[in-house]
Design a protein around this ligand. Structure first.
Ligand code: FES
Ligand SMILES: [Fe+2]
Length: 339
């Protein structure tokens, strides 16, 4: 029987987020790592990610601890059919089962020699993991994927000492443009944000934003009428229709390393300036990130409080109020399903 969990507990939030797929590294990071194994942390759980070295790409995600003498498996290396522990050479297959104990070639392999393994998949050049075997949420869509009219640029992942949920809430906060992004995305003399209608469609949270057209945005800016979609609480996809008719996309997933730390994976896409250099576009995003960093990473506590009484909201916080309402519903569903 499932164990009851307390709605206000960190455990409830962890369980809720565990039902979604999260990126843990890029394929490039994994391919260039020694032994094609990488130690990552997702929702406080240490995992080894490996790309097996057989003919077809096969990825593995399992607890990063060898059951023999507890060395991290990420110190070992990938082979065609499993991950070899560096300490005494035990080999663990993609399902987490030990298939080789070199010191005992005639066996037997202990029946208990099974490490917990998780679902893992590659999508958009990222490695995704879902910790909850029972969940059936899809990997969040990236609308630009496969769209030949768009040039896609993968941003450099970055780690911030703040909850993934606070990071995402900042990403969809329309009221901070006039303060944090003066000159890049907003003007100090326009502090009143629009109050978009927020929809729930197919499990997504969606709204649109129509910023002032007379703003002198950089040609590299993601600025214009925009459609925000949040397929899961950690992913934001923004499609922009620029004044010049171009289409751009900004996509970001904040992967919860734990409830106080996140690693953000992101992409940009553009239908204009497709043959131009990416640098000005990347640089613009770098400036925007540098503007966000001090305010977002100085939120105390780092975890996002779900109790509405914990922070003060006003009418103009409509997006974040709805975002938190959605999170509370998801957590309540988790608590109910464990009750
Ligand atoms: S600790 Fe892994 S084989 Fe001994
Ligand atoms: Fe921002």
């Amino acid at each position: 029987m499932a164990v009851p969990i307390d709605m206000s507990s960190d455990e409830a939030v962890v369980e809720t987020l565990a039902a979604f797929w999260h990126p843990v590294c890029s394929v490039d990071e994994l391919r260039t790592s020694e032994g094609r194994t990488l130690g990552v942390v997702l929702l406080g759980r240490e995992l080894v990610i490996a790309e097996l070295t057989g003919d077809t790409p096969a990825y593995v995600a399992m607890d990063d601890r060898c059951l023999h003498r507890s060395t991290r498996l990420s110190v070992g290396w990938a082979e065609p059919d499993g991950v070899r522990c560096a300490y005494h050479g035990w080999k663990w297959d993609g399902g987490g089962r030990c298939i080789d104990v070199p010191s005992m070639p005639d066996g037997p392999i202990p029946a208990k020699a099974k490490v917990r393994a998780y679902r893992v998949a590659e999508r958009y050049g990222l490695i995704w993991v879902c910790l909850d075997d029972r969940a059936d949420n899809p990997i969040p869509a990236f609308v630009a994927d496969g769209d030949q009219s768009l040039r896609i640029v993968a941003g450099e992942p970055y780690t911030w000492p703040v909850s993934a949920l606070r990071r995402v809430e900042n990403f969809v906060d329309l009221a901070h443009f006039a303060w944090v992004h003066v000159g890049t995305l907003g003007r100090r003399e326009e502090p009143v944000p629009p109050l978009p209608d927020i929809e729930r469609v197919d499990g997504e949270l969606r709204f649109t934003y129509d910023p002032p057209q007379d703003f002198d945005a950089s040609s590299a800016a993601m600025y214009g009428w925009s459609r925000y979609r949040m397929p899961i609480p950690c992913t934001v996809s923004i499609e922009f229709a620029l004044g010049n008719g171009a289409r751009r996309v900004l996509w970001m997933t904040a992967s919860p390393i734990d409830l106080e730390t996140c690693r953000c994976f992101w992409f940009m896409a553009r239908s204009d300036d497709r043959d131009g250099p990416d640098d000005p576009h990347v640089e613009f995003q770098r400036i925007v990130l540098a503007q966000d960093l001090p305010v977002v990473t100085n939120q105390v506590p780092r975890a996002l409080p779900l109790d509405p009484a914990d922070e003060l909201s006003v009418r103009t916080d409509r997006v974040s109020i709805e975002y938190r309402r959605w999170l509370r519903e998801l957590v309540a569903d988790t608590v109910r399903s464990h009750g």
